[in-house]
Design a protein around this ligand. Structure first.
Ligand SMILES: NC(=O)c1ccc[n+]([C@@H]2O[C@H](COP(=O)([O-])OP(=O)(O)OC[C@H]3O[C@@H](n4cnc5c(N)ncnc54)[C@H](OP(=O)(O)O)[C@@H]3O)[C@@H](O)[C@H]2O)c1
Length: 333
């Protein structure tokens, strides 16, 4: 039986927020695997703010998605056919599967996962790239010490919520910045954050003054822009600022807004450092094991926001940029 493959090709470089017109949605027979290849039925796809960056031309940490190519996406799926000795039908895998029903190709970048150990979407959240980002960005770049005040923006999101919980495990005072009362309540009541700032309802400077009476030792930045500028005014001597992301700037039609208050780094002999999760790929196994332990003993909670339907991809992706996602945004294929 020939399977049908629905897929989204990137056909235009978006200007500002993505639109349906930036993609071509097509349906065609799925490609059968050649020598050394596998065919994977995609089950869940990870929707990430980084996807917006991958659509832009220009130099970045990985090449852009070429026009006419299937939109890049991480995902989990099940092998349905294999001409590779290391994979057999029924194996579950995690990797760059693309926004489509079936991935057909070489499996060298696919990792086997065990669906009996965790629900599949969790391999895209706490146990996947998102969790690895929180883990390594906080611990390696942020270097939190017990008693430090750690501020996290995008705190109720996939990366931010895990980073905050790890900071709590390390004995820090954790303050989350998020949009809306429901998300802020969740951070305090469910995840045990010490303080929250609802940037949509209050002045961030005033919130930082209230929640960080001893200043900020680590700032885990997911959003950039004005919030980064506000936190810079509150940093302590030798503070560490983790540049994990800058989602407030990804849909800019003009140049990215840089931090006006960067001289706070000079005054405080502080450090701001960029982070890319792929640099830590060789250590994912060790980190995932520790994360699995925290999930099992309840020290880390993982929340997935699963939306049904491959065909909804462009609209669902927008949820990341208007704050409509609550937890790791995952598309059920
Ligand atoms: N460097 C790396 O290797 C790496 C890897 C993975 C992710 N990241 C970065 O980590 C960040 C979070 O990613 P995620 O996957 O965890 O997404 P997420 O936080 O689950 O979702 C994005 C959230 O960003 C917030 N947001 C959107 N526009 C905003 C704006 N203009 N100002 C302030 N907040 C805004 C929204 O939350 P509110 O409702 O609170 O506004 C939204 O829910 C992104 O910047 C991403 O690029 C980096």
């Amino acid at each position: 039986m020939t399977q049908t493959n629905r897929r989204f090709l990137l056909v235009k470089r978006p200007v500002g927020a993505v639109t349906r017109e930036d993609f071509k949605f097509e349906t065609l027979p799925a490609e059968q695997p050649g020598e050394g290849q596998v065919m994977v039925r995609n089950l869940y796809l990870s929707l990430d703010p980084a996807m917006r960056g991958w659509m832009n031309e220009g130099k970045s940490y990985i090449p852009p998605v070429a026009l006419g190519q299937v939109m890049r996406a991480l995902g989990v799926g099940e092998v349905v056919a294999s001409n590779h000795p290391d994979f057999k039908p029924g194996d579950h895998v995690n990797g760059a599967l693309g926004v489509q029903d079936y991935f057909t190709g070489e499996p060298q970048n696919l990792q086997k996962i065990d669906p009996s150990l965790a629900p599949l979407p969790r391999y895209l959240s706490a146990l996947g790239m998102t969790g690895m980002t929180a883990y390594f960005a906080l611990l390696e770049v942020g270097q939190p010490k017990a008693g430090d005040t750690v501020v996290i923006s995008g705190a109720a999101g996939a990366v931010g919520s895990i980073a905050g919980q790890i900071a709590k495990i390390k004995g820090c005072r954790v303050v989350g910045i998020a949009g809306g009362a429901e998300k802020c309540q969740y951070l305090k009541d469910e995840l045990g954050f010490d303080g929250v700032i609802d940037y949509k309802a209050e002045d961030v400077q005033a919130g930082l003054k209230r929640e960080c009476p001893k200043g900020v030792d680590v700032y885990f930045d997911n959003v950039g822009g004005e919030i980064l500028d506000a936190v810079l005014t509150r940093i302590n001597f030798k503070a560490r600022i983790v540049i994990c992301g800058a989602i407030s700037q990804y849909n800019n039609k003009e140049a990215v807004k840089g931090p006006a208050n960067y001289l706070a780094l000079l005054v405080n002999r502080a450090r701001m450092e960029g982070f890319v999760v792929m640099d830590h790929a060789k250590d994912y196994g060790k980190a995932a094991k520790e994360m699995a332990g925290w999930l099992a003993n309840g020290q880390v909670k993982s929340k997935e926001d699963v939306v049904d339907g491959l065909e909804t991809f462009p609209d669902t992706l927008l949820k990341l940029f208007n704050g409509q996602n609550f937890g790791k945004l995952v598309l059920k294929v």
